[in-house]
Design a protein around this ligand. Structure first.
Ligand SMILES: Cc1cc2nc3c(=O)[nH]c(=O)nc-3n(C[C@H](O)[C@H](O)[C@H](O)COP(=O)(O)O)c2cc1C
Length: 272
């Protein structure tokens, strides 16, 4: 808004000097790892919308295999208790007090290169805003794990999006930054979810439409709660996982069902 006003004044006063370009947010860095480009898209959006500097970090021995090779290497590393070494950062982290830390979710939490980063750099006293991309979910677990790993760092609530929905990140990142008070704008207050009730046939149809074609079974929905969004209904399903009785009712699956019935419902995240 300020930028728009400055531009308007500059246009109406003939002799006024050209407005200065918007300065980058002082002290903020988007620092991210991305193997296949999804997290990179979100990283670029955050940098664009906040004016923060940006750096992608890598690992000394890249995970450059396919999905199965990466899984196999991670399993080997987990078995041996090793963490990949990262390549040296170009940016001096001492100059930044806020880090937007981005990563893919691997094995339910931040990908091992982030563990390598945490080993190599000092984030004490800084504010970290996590963001991630995932097949089904992992923002909450990875944020909790960051808090445990960095007790002297302020870890704020972050943003996560499924790879399959990453094209929608531009709008969502904008809302996230405004609602978090990072970027100026009108915050959107969402209503509370209704109390969870046993699923109806209609709820199950929505769940199946949203989750049925996901490559992994997400469980059997038993409870549903909902709330109205501007142009959709958002559901949170509590699902019991097939064959894992003690995990019963432990998984929450968030689904958005647009009011336009021609648009397919989709799940936005799974919280385990
Ligand atoms: C080794 C490996 C493990 C993964 N584990 C999970 C997982 O536990 N949960 C999940 O939702 N997605 C998982 N994924 C999917 C990635 O999180 C997802 O594809 C992500 O968007 C990739 O980000 P990138 O394109 O920035 O590398 C995994 C992917 C890989 C390669």
């Amino acid at each position: 808004m300020l930028g728009a006003l400055v531009a308007l004044t500059a246009c109406t006063k003939k002799q006024a000097p050209a407005p200065e370009p918007e300065p980058a947010t002082p002290g903020s860095l988007v620092l991210y790892y991305s193997q296949t480009g999804s997290t990179e898209k979100v990283a670029q959006l955050i940098a664009e919308k906040t004016g923060a500097d940006i750096e992608k970090f890598g690992v000394a021995t890249p995970y450059d295999g396919d999905f199965n090779a990466t899984i196999a290497r991670c399993q080997e590393e987990m078995k041996n208790g090793t963490v990949p070494e990262i390549t040296p950062l170009e940016k001096d982290l001492a100059k930044y007090d806020t880090i937007y830390l981005g990563y893919p979710i691997w094995f339910g939490t931040y990908a091992p290169p982030v563990a390598g980063l945490l080993k190599a750099v000092d984030l004490k006293g800084k504010v970290v805003i996590p963001f991630c991309t995932f097949g089904s979910g992992g923002l909450e677990t990875s944020t909790a794990n960051l808090k445990a790993a960095l007790p002297e760092t302020t870890i704020l609530d972050g943003y996560g999006i499924r790879t399959a929905r990453v094209e929608k990140a531009a709008a969502e990142v904008g809302c996230f930054l405004v609602n978090s008070g990072i970027v100026a704008g009108e915050k959107v207050e969402l209503p509370e979810f209704s109390a969870a009730k046993p699923v109806t046939k209609a709820d199950i149809a929505i769940f199946n439409a949203a989750c049925g074609d996901y490559q992994m079974p997400l469980g059997i929905p038993v409870l549903a709660a909902s709330r109205a969004l501007a142009d959709a209904t958002e559901y949170v399903f509590t699902a019991k996982n097939k064959g894992q009785k003690d995990k019963e009712a432990a998984t929450k699956i968030y689904v958005v069902a647009p009011n336009d019935k021609n648009v397919k419902p989709e799940f936005t995240k799974v919280v385990r």
